[in-house]
Write a protein of this length. Structure first.
Length: 534
């Protein structure tokens, strides 16, 4: 049975005899009754009743000497049959020739595009599968991306068995995990590789994980992780590019209270996984409310965890001694959906997309509606976006955009929307408040002719002049995942041919990106870049 078919989830076994069941996850009202747009986020951020728990132990004086890692450092080799069962698309990424996308602009799009499972949710759930000591986790809707392949390699490096069952279904058997030190090379490739610290410390009371990788879009410090683990009764050491964590009592983590200074998605997910098997009750406040966090919480609950408050600013986690496997389906990728919505807008086209969860897209719908796009809900999970001048009553208009944590506008869509604004009438302001260095795409857009003035993390975008192209094709290069997608979209709106290098960045987060664009009528092709190796 698919987990997502459940409408109410019971978190604790001892609550089953109560007359009133408690809904753990906010179930927003079905917006199908009315196609009116924009949709509003339904989260009201209710505060759960916080239990009285003891103050966590003071760890300031804890010794900083290295601790023994009692588990074997290397996982046992796979048997020939197991090695043969390992799927090709989940193999460890290897060195490969880089590519570029050659985009011919000025073409309208039409048709329908299928949205893949959420990359960010899939990475967190794959990491969370390490919590399952009893039975395999069957995870559906996992997108085939270089990042998910890298995460599979991280799991294998500690002894988990990862197999593909086909159609985006991945089976993870973590019962045989035999190491608490994942491959530093694999962890160093993606930010989410660091998340396995939570499950490993929760299960074994100790772990050593390399500092994370990912896009170079700004500082992403781990101080929240360090202080969070300390609040759960752990000693944390940072040395030689690695984080070493062990339970101070020598047995395991203990419940505690921790307030995040910033609602970091990664810190919220890692600490939630750690608390799921800590002794006692943990209260995490000012946590991230992103849908991907709620997805991970739903998965952990399906595996036997007790988590209340997912989707709100406070999580109450009652630790369990052991979690078991479960079946789970990843939610649709709201960032991919937003990217294709921009693709329709920037080419002044009309397309439909599914599956989507409309209330996850509220902030994007608001901005596109303000620009003049017409967005209509055609079914429970289908949206149609039209930016054809005949339906919008004129050309699109600029607007003000500021990124912020959910339910605010997502930073992962800022580059794509900035590309759109270069083609709109009037002046626009884009303010990046999440990452201080997420403006690499500005220089590349300027090469295409975009009129952008950058002041720190704020950009002033002057729209196109009347009766003219805003952008003109030329060779440009992606420096990060979302910026790369933005450059491809800009090339689709530009006059002439645009060559976008650094496609490996795009492959990290978009499944079948150019085939999907081709199916909509875009003229785009992938070519190898000579003498370039990833």
């Amino acid at each position: 049975m698919s987990i997502r078919s459940e409408t109410r989830t019971e978190c604790c076994a001892e609550k089953e005899t109560r007359k009133e069941r408690k809904t753990l996850f906010l179930s927003p009202p079905n917006p199908m009754a009315s196609p009116s747009i924009p949709f509003r986020d339904p989260h009201s951020n209710p505060k759960p009743n916080l239990p009285s728990i003891p103050t966590p132990m003071a760890l300031a004086a804890a010794p900083s000497t290295p601790f023994p890692l009692s588990l074997p450092r290397k996982p046992p080799p796979l048997t020939p049959s197991a090695a043969a069962a390992a799927p090709a698309h989940l193999e460890t990424p290897s060195l490969a020739i880089d590519h570029k996308l050659v985009v011919s602009g000025g073409r309208q799009l039409s048709g329908h595009v299928d949205i893949s499972g959420s990359k960010n949710a899939a990475l967190a759930v794959l990491a969370g599968s390490l919590c399952c000591a009893a039975g395999p986790a069957v995870i559906r809707g996992v997108p085939n991306l270089s990042d998910t392949r890298t995460m599979a390699a991280v799991l294998r490096s500690v002894g988990a068995r990862v197999e593909e069952a086909g159609g985006g279904e991945v089976v993870v058997d973590a019962s045989g995990v035999s190491s608490v030190e994942p491959s530093p090379d694999d962890v160093g490739r993606i930010r989410a590789g660091f998340f396995v610290l939570g499950p490993l410390v929760a299960r074994f009371g100790e772990a050593e994980v390399a500092l994370p990788g990912g896009c170079k879009i700004g500082a992403r410090p781990i101080d929240l992780y360090v202080r969070g683990f300390s609040a759960l009764g752990a000693v944390v050491e940072l040395r030689h590019g690695k984080v070493r964590v062990h339970a101070a009592n020598g047995r395991g983590l203990i419940g505690g209270r921790f307030h995040l200074d910033y609602p970091s998605v990664g810190a919220t997910e890692t600490l939630m996984m750690a608390a799921s098997m800590a002794e006692g009750v943990s209260v995490l406040s000012n946590v991230a409310r992103e849908p991907e966090v709620a997805d991970l919480a739903q998965f952990l609950v399906a595996c036997g965890a007790c988590i209340e408050g997912a989707g709100t600013g406070t999580l109450v986690v009652t630790g369990r001694k052991q979690l078991h496997g479960a079946e789970f389906t990843i939610a649709p990728d709201r960032i991919e959906a937003g990217t294709f919505m921009v693709a329709a807008a920037i080419t002044r086209s009309c397309i439909s997309l599914s599956p989507v969860i409309p209330y996850h897209l509220s902030s994007m719908i608001d901005k596109l509606s303000a620009a003049g796009c017409r967005i209509t809900q055609r079914g429970p999970s289908i949206l149609e976006i039209s930016a054809v001048p005949a339906t919008t009553g004129g050309d699109l208009q600029g607007f003000y955009l500021k990124t912020s944590p959910y339910p605010g506008f997502p930073t992962d869509l800022q580059p794509q929307f900035m590309a759109l604004l270069t083609t709109c009438n009037g002046s626009s302001i884009v303010e990046e408040s999440v990452f201080e260095n997420r403006m690499h795409h500005v220089e590349e857009l300027q090469k295409l002719g975009a009129r952008i003035k950058l002041h720190g993390s704020t950009a002033l975008v002057e729209g196109r002049k009347p009766r003219s192209f805003a952008l003109y094709g030329c060779p440009i290069a992606a420096a990060d995942l979302r910026g790369g997608a933005a450059l491809v979209l800009a090339g689709m709106a530009a006059e002439g041919v645009t060559e976008v290098g650094g496609v490996a960045h795009i492959d990290r987060g978009y499944e079948n990106f150019e085939p999907k664009l081709l199916s909509l009528g875009a003229q785009i092709k992938r070519e190898a870049t000579p003498n370039s190796v990833l």
